[in-house]
Every structure is written in C-alpha cells, then in structure tokens.
Design a protein around this ligand. Structure first.
Ligand code: SF4
Length: 252
C-alpha cells in the first residue's frame, strides 16, 4: 500500500526546476520528524502537532486517517490522466519521505509508466533512504533533490547524514542536486560549516540553498542572508516560490 496524502498541479516552487509546471504526489510517512523546524499543524482531533512544514504527511498517527491508500499503480495513472495535462508534464514525488516506498511494486510500476512516456520524475528526498538501483533500474532515470537535513532540523547527525546512501544516489542516478534549507541565524552560528563538512563527504553534484521558513514572512526574513551565502560559495540560490506566492496554503 502506498499512502497518498495529496496530489495537486502547480509550479515547482524550489530547486533546479523552479517555475516548471509539475504534478505533485505527496506520499505519507517519513524516517525523520524534524521538530527543529518548529512548524505546528492542527491534527484531526484538534491537537497541535510540532514538526516540519509537511508534518501532516509525516505523522501517520495524527494525520494518517486522511491519507488515501493506493493499492494499484493504475490508481496513480488514473489520477495523472484525470488532470488532462501536457503529455510529458513534470512529475514530483514528495512527502514525507517518498523513498520509504521505493520497493513498493506499484510505485515501481508507476515510475516505469512515467519514464516510458518521457515525464521528468523528481524525488524530493532527505537522502537518507537507500534505493535499490540494481533491482529497480527505473530509479536511475529519475531526478533527486537531495535535501540532506542539517542540525536546525533537530535530528541526530547519524540519522540525517548518510554519505553511503546519498553518494549511491549521486553515482547511480541520471541527475541529482543537493538542496539545503538555511536561515540567517544558522549561517551565523555554524550551518555553513555543517554544509561544507557534508560536501566533503559527498561525490560531486550541484549545490542549491534556499531560505528556511514555513511562512512568507520567515522566508523573506532569511532571503538576503542566503543569497549572500550562495554568492560567496558559488552555490545556486533557490527561492521558495510557492511560499512567497501562496504563503502557508497547502496543495498549491
Ligand atoms: S525529512 Fe523532510 S518531510 Fe521528513 S520530517 Fe524532515 S523536513 Fe519533514
């Protein structure tokens, strides 16, 4: 079973393909919690749950009842076809952590369908869940936005930084890039050294940084510091266009 939290057609809001029309499938569950991001979401029972900006796709206990259970690749194909989109529209698999479901035969079949029809498929991943490229070669044809978590996520280093896993993805996949979320205060107190130390462990791929924030106000407050940092290091700056345009609204 694949837990599908939501699907929506929008423009990609961050990373290398910012602005590209994309159909998003948000899959449920994550191997992390990232309470350090300090976002609060109201659960189905009215309680307030602390986590990242997609805690509603992470916390199965408090939000899982609203997730749809996908038991056949055809259901995903029918969702795609119901949108009547341009034939090779970009597909983004996000979460939670979508690679938690990488071994699910229905996800593999859906990916094979997408790649055979020339869709660009991007996984938005934390880079800490292994992919079996030998068993499922279709994963080699996907793009990976490797959002390796930093200490500002609140997660332990051993859990969030796994060079063996992210280097295997960099080596095997057609296209990858790192995508770090940083804020002004963090940059003043060691986040840049953290990023450098992760990159020392990593095989070569492009580095993108974007401002931390679950709201437009927060993103704007961190923007200039992240731009300055990217200019100093030669990294690509990525905005968070969806938050800047739609603020805290979901499914846009
Ligand atoms: S890894 Fe990503 S989806 Fe998972 S809890 Fe952290 S920020 Fe949220």
């Amino acid at each position: 079973m694949i837990p599908l939290v939501e699907h929506f057609y929008s423009i990609q809001g961050e990373g290398r393909y910012t602005g590209v029309p994309s159909l998003f499938f948000r899959l449920g569950g994550c191997n992390m919690r990232c309470e350090g991001f300090g976002c609060v979401e109201v659960a189905l029972d009215g309680s307030e749950i602390l986590g990242c900006d997609t805690v509603y796709a992470v916390d199965k206990k408090n939000f899982g009842k609203s997730w749809q259970s996908i038991t056949d690749a055809q259901e995903l194909i029918e969702i795609l076809q119901s949108y009547k989109l341009p034939s090779d529209v970009d597909i983004v698999l996000t979460g939670g952590e979508p690679l938690l479901h990488a071994n699910n035969p229905n996800l593999v079949a859906f990916l094979e369908f997408l790649i055979s029809r020339h869709h660009r498929v991007t996984f938005e991943t934390n880079g800490a869940v292994a992919v079996d490229f030998e068993k499922f070669p279709v994963y080699k044809s996907c793009v990976y936005a490797l959002s390796v978590k930093l200490s500002n996520s609140g997660e332990a280093y051993e859990k969030r930084v796994n060079p063996e896993i992210f280097n295997a993805i960099i080596d095997e996949a057609d296209e990858t890039f790192f995508k770090f979320t940083v804020d002004e205060q963090g940059l003043q107190t060691g986040l840049s050294q953290e990023i450098e130390s992760i990159l020392l462990l990593a095989h070569k791929t492009e580095v993108t940084c974007m401002p931390k924030g679950g709201s437009k106000e927060e993103v704007e407050a961190n923007t200039n510091a992240v731009i300055d940092y990217c200019k100093a290091k030669g990294y690509r700056y990525s905005d968070r266009l969806h938050i800047r345009i739609w603020d805290q609204n979901k499914g846009v």
